[in-house]
Ligand binder design. Structure first.
Ligand code: GLA
Length: 551
């Protein structure tokens, strides 16, 4: 059953197991991409309400999420950001909130119980999010123009207690900020690892999952450690500062404007494709779409940039006041499908026709499909070409091009398409063709005495290498075919040329003991077939890797 090529033996954990591998070119695997958690879709209170958030506002926004049609389009999470508590704790260190701001909402409830608003949000079929800081203070004290801000709004020295409390209240999502941590000069990788462990403990105790959002604005490059903090991965991590400080109606800052350069800058800082895969996401910040300062075209470009990034789409505007045009942008099903695509990957810049004339491509789950953004950052209209070869597609006259926002097929043709893009604008395309050549590297197998196993298990303490690996592009798309016979997601680390690259999640593939596939993008820094990709697992699991394929 196995083809034996160049052999190399590695001692196995069991005396009778010998791991042997070789790199060989084979047909692409027929394994199916497994579904992974998509980036979250929701709303967050900070951009429009800052420290003034309260129960009524959260409830009104949740109701607007439904009445506007956003929930139907997929938006689900209502996030309460900073301002929900004033830093008070009782004698046991428990968080105490303002009873007037967070009253009882149903018979039998008590004022000051954050579980009240969670139940009300859940009752609407939505999910609820909460906020804290990794240090002793939150960020509120740094912005006195934004309403009252109080010291002591952070969770430091109370990690276990607070995250357990959030889970007991029923929150589904927690954003952990960094103002206090930064002020105290703490190490974010260390603090967030501790927090990840506290969250894991809270989840074990309550049986309730807390989606973990790190917000340290890209300091110390969280994309290099956040998918693997403390052995418990964060789900999303901020990659940059805030696009805009809050714009609160009828307040001193109500004249502030969101800016399009801010949107572009956060997009640029959010691109770390090597860390975004299997349910872990770079977070370029809550959107300012629909807030004052952007034109309708800029709102559309903003949505295109976040969708092509596969970014969390967390709306910062007041949902009770969205215009029909903004709502149409936020709920466009084809654009949301690009954001939520099952591969969970990010766009990579594949060409630059001239300074500021960029082609970005996001690989989609369906073979041969790419979401492509032609972005014109210049002040003049320009022609931007996109070549099929830059997308990893075979050159064929059957390649089809669809303008996503126009909802219109633009035609088919060989080679390339060139489109006129207005100054400061972008065109979002769906391009369908045939995948160019992929190369499969297949470990030969594990020989047990009975010769039975063909998927190489990741035995704790051992490394599974794929050597002599080459790719068409520097950012290589890698399909990993695996088997995880367990009931829970298992993780393995991938190193590229000896460097810690990222931690990959492998959902269970139990049904029929089938093979599954997940897809990553890795930076291969050696030209030609000189790269070594190594997988290892720090836990004892039944996870095994069958092959990897690269374009
Ligand atoms: C920081 C974060 C924002 C928001 C505020 C709250 O600025 O980056 O997203 O949470 O703190 O004060």
């Amino acid at each position: 059953m196995f083809k034996f090529g160049d052999r190399k033996a590695v001692p196995g954990a069991l005396a009778l197991v010998i791991v042997i591998w070789c790199a060989s070119v084979q047909a692409q695997s027929t394994a199916k991409q497994v579904s992974i958690p998509p980036p979250p879709l929701g709303w967050s209170s900070w951009n429009s309400f800052s420290n003034l958030i309260n129960s009524q506002i959260a409830l009104d926004q949740a109701k607007a999420m439904i009445s506007s049609g956003m929930a139907k389009a997929g938006y689900r999470t209502v996030n309460i950001d900073e301002g929900w508590w004033l830093g008070h704790r009782d004698d046991h260190g428990n968080i105490v909130v303002d009873h007037k701001a967070w009253p009882a909402l149903a018979p039998g409830e008590h004022a000051g119980d954050m579980g009240n608003i969670v139940r009300a949000i859940h009752h609407l079929g939505l999910r609820a999010g909460i906020y804290t800081d990794a240090g002793q203070d939150g960020c509120g004290t740094f912005s006195p123009d934004l309403g009252p801000g109080y010291p002591g709004e952070g969770s430091e020295n109370h990690y276990d207690q607070d995250f357990l409390q959030f889970a007991r209240w029923g929150f589904d999502y927690v954003k952990v900020d960094w103002c206090g941590g930064d002020k105290e000069n703490l190490d974010p990788a260390v603090q967030y690892a501790e927090i990840a462990r506290s969250i894991a403990r809270a989840e074990t105790i309550t049986g309730h999952k807390l989606y973990f959002s790190i917000c340290n604005w890209g300091k110390n490059s969280p994309w290099t450690w956040a998918p693997n903090v403390g052995g418990v991965a964060a789900d999303i991590w901020r990659t940059s500062g805030d696009i805009v400080a809050p714009i609160v109606a009828n307040s001193a800052n109500s004249g502030r404007m969101a800016s399009f350069p801010g949107v572009l800058s956060n997009f640029d800082q959010g691109i770390h494709p090597e860390a975004q895969h299997t349910g872990f996401y770079n977070d370029p910040d809550m959107m300012v779409l629909g807030m004052q300062g952007l034109t309708e075209e800029q709102n559309r470009v903003h949505m295109s940039l976040w969708a092509i990034s596969g970014a969390p789409l967390l709306v910062g505007a007041d949902l009770t006041k969205l215009s029909a045009a903004t709502l149409a942008i936020l709920t466009n099903p084809e654009v949301l499908a690009i954001d939520q695509d099952a591969l969970g990957l990010q766009a990579v810049k594949v060409a630059e026709a001239g300074k500021g004339l960029e082609v970005w491509a996001k690989p989609l789950a369906k073979a041969g499909e790419r979401a492509v953004l032609l972005l014109n950052r210049t002040a003049a209209v320009a022609a931007i070409p996109v070549h099929w070869s830059d997308l990893g597609l075979l050159d064929s006259s059957a390649v089809t091009v669809r303008d996503v926002w126009a909802g219109k097929e633009l035609g088919t043709g060989p080679g390339e398409v060139t489109l006129q893009v207005a100054a400061g604008d972008a065109v979002l395309l769906l391009i369908r063709g045939t995948e160019a050549k992929w190369t499969t590297y297949k470990p030969v197998g594990v020989i047990k005495l009975d010769g039975s196993m063909e998927v190489v298990p990741l035995i704790k303490g051992h490394v599974l290498d794929f050597a002599d690996v080459a790719s068409r592009a520097a950012v290589a798309r890698i399909q990993i075919v695996y088997r995880n016979p367990e009931t829970v997601v298992r993780f393995a680390e991938l190193r590229v040329n000896g460097r810690i690259a990222t931690r990959i999640a492998f959902p269970p593939t139990r049904r029929d003991n089938a093979l599954g596939m997940v897809t990553t993008e890795s930076l291969l820094d050696r030209a030609g077939a000189k790269n070594v990709l190594s997988f290892s697992s720090s836990g004892e699991t039944g996870l095994g890797i069958e092959s990897i394929s690269l374009e």
